[in-house]
Design a protein around this ligand. Structure first.
Ligand SMILES: [Zn+2]
Ligand SMILES: [Zn+2]
Length: 434
């Protein structure tokens, strides 16, 4: 029997204290990314800047760029051991920033349809990039403390739900293409409406599935004075909208979580013309595969029945516009990470956080190769303001992800994001942990 080394409770903290770089330069880098976000699938400059930073950090990285658009991986091999993948998403949102911060984004960019859009890192992906780069610097410096292989993965187009799929479809794990080593475990994180310094996760379902559809309802247009000579799609669409509300209220069990939101309803352009089509855009959130299927079936049934009832001349079309899978943390992996985070973050870590109705495509990076994954949250809100607002019943005024006022405090948010990644990596690869 070989030497048995018992992990000290301070083993993560001591490695981090010894090797984590001063984060001031990463705070500046954060501000740079924040002010210069790029829309999903158009993250060209962001990706180039990440590559450049990685090259500066170490010549030991095996960097592969242009995966599924502007995705990239940097592989760091450091002897025998497990392989882990750490993921950061890199895209920003078409939101006009209203935070008034000195480093607020003033940027605009043409979107995929050629329309000028404001751009803001309103979901904190700038923290994800910066944390992963600083974690990479820490883990390079700490190579004596661990062995194995780490894949640092930077994913584009998370907000549109297509980036992870684009990377795997482009041969991320294909030995003949980008040949990313198959990880034993896939790990990722997200800034979340918690007090900065806090972390949280749970085994099992963590984030909902999200499915969006564009529904086109056909009518037969004509003069507003002659409704009997037309089939009015506005009336049919209105019935559809109202009937859709009954899915969650009348079909889904009260203890099951689901949302059906009609986010857009468009038809016609003036008072006295009955239009010939109406477009409804809906978003569905569900937390179980069973109810996801049932809700989608209900939507199809309602659209079919209401268009039939309205004598629509043509069957409505239902086109998917985006789809995010369920994020279900592997129970064993989540248990392992929970233990490490509790060891390092103490009572600032919540090992049984409530699942949320936000969605992620992160899980695809694990499920595609049938490997376990674990995703966690780290807080970004000023603690005093967050606590005061929550206590005074003003919790709903805290600007959350996707708000134009979303303004996470740089510290301790950044330190927490870096430490969480390093702790997770050392959990699987640390020499003290064997
Ligand atoms: Zn987002
Ligand atoms: Zn996000």
């Amino acid at each position: 029997m070989g030497e048995v080394r018992v992990a000290k409770s301070s083993s993560f903290s001591s490695v981090i204290d010894k090797y984590r770089p001063k984060l001031e330069q990463y705070e500046e880098l954060y501000k740079h990314y924040h002010a210069n976000g790029e829309l999903s699938t158009q993250e060209k400059e962001t990706a180039a800047s990440i590559t450049e930073h990685l090259k500066k950090l170490s010549s030991d990285f095996d960097i592969r760029t242009g995966i599924g658009g502007h995705g990239q991986i940097a592989i760091l091999k450091n002897g025998e051991g497990k392989t882990i993948l750490l993921r950061a998403d890199i895209d920003a949102l078409p939101v006009a920033e209203k935070t008034g911060l000195p480093y607020a984004s003033k940027k605009t960019q043409l979107d995929v349809d050629g329309v000028v859009k404001p751009v803001m890192h309103a979901c904190g992906h700038d923290f994800h990039i910066t944390s992963l780069l600083a974690a990479a610097e820490t883990l390079i410096a700490a190579q004596a403390e661990w062995s194995g292989t780490i894949v640092f993965l930077f994913q584009p187009a998370e907000e549109r739900g297509c980036g992870a799929q684009a990377m795997v479809d482009d041969g991320l794990y294909d030995a003949k293409k980008h040949a990313c080593p198959i990880p034993d475990v896939v790990l990722g994180q997200h800034v979340f409406p918690l007090q900065a310094g806090k972390t949280g996760l749970k085994p099992g379902p963590l984030m909902s599935a999200a499915d969006s559809f564009k529904i086109t309802i056909y009518g037969s247009g004509g003069h507003g004075s002659m409704p009997h000579m037309t089939i009015d799609p506005v009336v049919i669409a209105s019935h559809v909208v109202v009937r859709l509300q009954t899915i969650v209220s009348r079909e889904v069990p009260p203890d099951e979580t689901a949302v059906v939101t009609v986010g857009a309803l468009n038809a016609g352009s003036t008072e006295n013309v009955i239009s010939d089509e109406a477009i409804i855009k809906i978003n569905i959130r569900s937390v179980s595969a069973e109810w996801r299927e049932k809700i989608l079936a209900s939507v199809r049934r309602i659209v079919k029945a209401e268009t039939l009832a309205g004598n629509s001349p043509k069957e409505a079309t239902i086109e998917p516009t985006s789809s995010f899978p369920l994020t279900i943390n592997d129970a064993e992996t989540a248990g392992i990470i929970n233990k490490s985070f509790t060891e390092h973050f103490g009572d600032q870590h919540d090992p049984a956080i409530k699942n949320v109705l936000g969605s992620e495509d992160f899980g695809i990076l694990g499920s595609y190769i049938d490997r376990p994954y674990c995703f966690w949250f780290f807080g970004g809100h000023d603690r005093a303001i967050f606590d005061e607002k929550t206590k005074s019943g003003q919790g709903h005024t805290i600007p959350v992800n996707h708000s134009p006022f979303f303004a996470p405090v740089i510290q301790p948010t950044l330190t927490t994001g870096v430490d969480a990644l390093v702790v997770a990596a050392l959990t699987y690869l640390g020499k003290d942990r064997k």
